[in-house]
Ligand binder design. Structure first.
Ligand code: ZN
Ligand code: ZN
Length: 565
């Protein structure tokens, strides 16, 4: 039985690799977060993917894993072209504006990607064409004649959002690419009934046109066995298995558009945005590696994306499970690329119990939110308020309660109380004393619970365990009543110092374990504890390494401000 006191990392290695059989230290881990579609500002619903992915990456790094974290802007497809047309600007202009916006929001929230690219980057155009050519070579792409909506007034075919009409499955009003008001189905080109041009409002006619299809139906058996072994969350796996069992239709992968990645040898067609968007994961990895290691990047990239020698984990929202668990692995398999190891799907987000909706004004913009509240309080709320795969409801009351009753009353209280006491009675230094077994075993128990929860993608359970350790710190300090010992004899004063040191050790452990959730606030706390190392770089083994007696402590400052009702 390991006591976790070794600080060389070996004991941690033992305990954890059993739990995370799939994620091992001998393979690089690639974590991707779903690409934001850069046609508008970032709202809190977006963050349900990015914050947990960032927490996951920071935690893995603390445990010594070799992790690469990539993301980028999703820039193609008809919504961006339509926005550009209605504003009278180019699609590039829309993309540039929101690409910069998302970069800034991620930096404000300290969601730290190793590389944040754009699917319109040259490397992604190149990689997409290469993959499509490979699929054609291997017989997975074929031509098919389809009847498509054509607007005579505008003189053009109407792809995806350019057309509205009636859903052929449920009869509700629908967009060209999805039945957004009715059954929610993805609609293939040509499926929509009674088409109307979105630009000029004229009824459209159907005209014959040749397009290219990806032979998805050929991958049914592969997908069933792939999905059975896919790691990540059960919601993603089960949804995809159900779908493969029901129906697997071939996908039309070309569109009549100018904006996008040109289809090989065709100047009038681009590939469907859902082809080049996930390929971004591959090209962003390439760019990230070039930045890190310009000499060996290609060998490392091949290990990851061509030779199945890495653990690839996709963080997504439930609305894009189909694309990541069916279309994407089939495309990778068809083009002989590596396959993802895990897909982690977060539940949807609601505001005051109602679906998040920009058109109905039920939305909270991240840029506004962080003008009023510290970004870490939002990170904490998103992680602690609901289990990752469950629905998360935001309300101001719930936010206020989490911040005031947990961050202030438990963590902020522990920090301010013990640091002030040490300041006042021990000359602003860590007192002398041994770390008690009770304290060490509580810290180790917390670490094990947190790590277990992490590998089950239960970030709420992980955070709850760490907050329980902070709570233990408060009750330990309260139970030992060091204020009764301070003015007595030498022996009592020694015991008093021990109590303070043990409470500070609990605080140190909490700080390390919570850094992935609240990186800025824990950086402040780390400094208050007088630590000179970089909290973002320290390993998890720090939690059991005793604080140095005599280490100077900074003047304590309250970590959190209360949220008023
Ligand atoms: Zn429908
Ligand atoms: Zn028209």
């Amino acid at each position: 039985m390991c006591d976790g006191r070794e600080d060389d990392g070996c004991c941690l290695l033992f305990c954890i690799d059993d739990i995370a059989a799939m994620i091992t230290r001998d393979r690089p881990v690639i974590v991707t977060a779903a690409l934001p579609y850069v046609n508008g500002e970032c709202h809190i619903g977006h963050l349900r993917t990015y914050v947990p992915a960032d927490v996951f990456v920071r935690m893995l790094r603390k445990m010594g894993y070799d992790v690469l974290f990539v993301c980028g802007s999703d820039t193609h497809g008809t919504p961006i072209v339509l926005s550009a047309e209605s504003e009278g600007v180019s699609p590039e202009e829309i993309v540039r504006r929101y690409h910069e916006h998302f970069r800034r929001v991620f930096s404000d929230l300290r969601v730290c990607f190793d590389y944040y690219g754009s699917t319109d980057d040259e490397s992604n155009h190149r990689r997409t064409r290469e993959i499509v050519e490979k699929l054609m070579e291997r017989g997975y792409v074929y031509e098919r004649k389809v009847m498509l909506a054509f607007c005579e007034r505008c003189g053009r075919f109407l792809p995806d959002r350019y057309v509205e009409g009636v859903c052929p499955y449920c009869g509700e009003r629908a967009r060209g690419d999805e039945c957004d008001q009715g059954c929610g189905r993805h609609l293939e080109p040509g499926e929509i009934r009674e088409p109307v041009c979105k630009v000029c409002g004229s009824p459209a006619k159907f005209r014959e046109r040749t397009h290219y299809y990806f032979r998805l139906s050929a991958f049914a058996d592969f997908l069933l066995s792939f999905l059975k072994n896919l790691g990540g969350t059960a919601n993603a796996r089960n949804y995809a298995i159900e779908w493969v069992r029901r129906e697997l239709k071939d996908w039309c992968i070309t569109r009549d558009l100018k904006w996008g990645v040109r289809f090989p040898n065709r100047d009038d067609l681009v590939v469907y945005v859902w082809v080049d968007a996930p390929i971004g994961y591959i090209s962003f990895t390439e760019e990230a590696l070039k930045l890190k290691d310009s000499e060996n990047w290609e060998r490392r990239w091949r290990e990851i994306w061509m030779e199945n020698r890495a653990t690839i984990i996709h963080f997504i929202g439930t609305d894009i499970i189909y694309h990541h668990c069916i279309f994407w692995p089939a495309m990778l398999k068809g083009a002989e690329y590596s396959l993802p190891s895990a897909v982690v799907a977060s539940g949807m987000m609601t505001i005051n119990g109602k679906p998040l909706s920009k058109s109905r004004g039920n939305v909270i913009w991240v840029a506004d939110f962080i003008k009023r509240f510290h970004p870490d309080t939002l990170r904490y709320f998103l992680i602690a308020h609901s289990s990752h795969t469950k629905e998360l409801d935001f309300s101001w009351e719930a936010f206020r309660t989490r911040v005031n009753n947990e961050l202030l009353a438990i963590l902020g209280n522990l920090a301010f109380r013990v640091l002030s006491f040490a300041h006042k009675h021990f000359g602003a230094e860590v007192p002398d004393g041994e770390i008690e077994d009770e304290v060490i075993s509580y810290i180790i128990k917390t670490r094990d619970e947190a790590v277990n929860a992490l590998f089950e993608y239960e970030f709420k359970r992980m955070t709850d365990s760490i907050m329980k350790l902070a709570d233990f710190g408060n009750s330990y300090f309260q139970r030992e009543e060091p204020w009764h010992l301070i003015k007595s004899d030498e022996k009592d004063r020694k015991r008093c110092g021990e109590i303070v040191k043990n409470t500070l050790q609990i605080l140190k452990a909490v700080c390390v374990l919570l850094e992935p959730v609240m990186p800025s606030k824990m950086e402040e706390l780390w400094k208050q504890l007088g630590m000179e190392s970089d909290i973002h770089e320290v390993s998890m083994n720090e939690i059991t390494i005793p604080l140095k007696s005599g280490q100077p402590l900074e003047k304590p400052e309250k970590l959190f401000k209360p949220v008023m009702s």
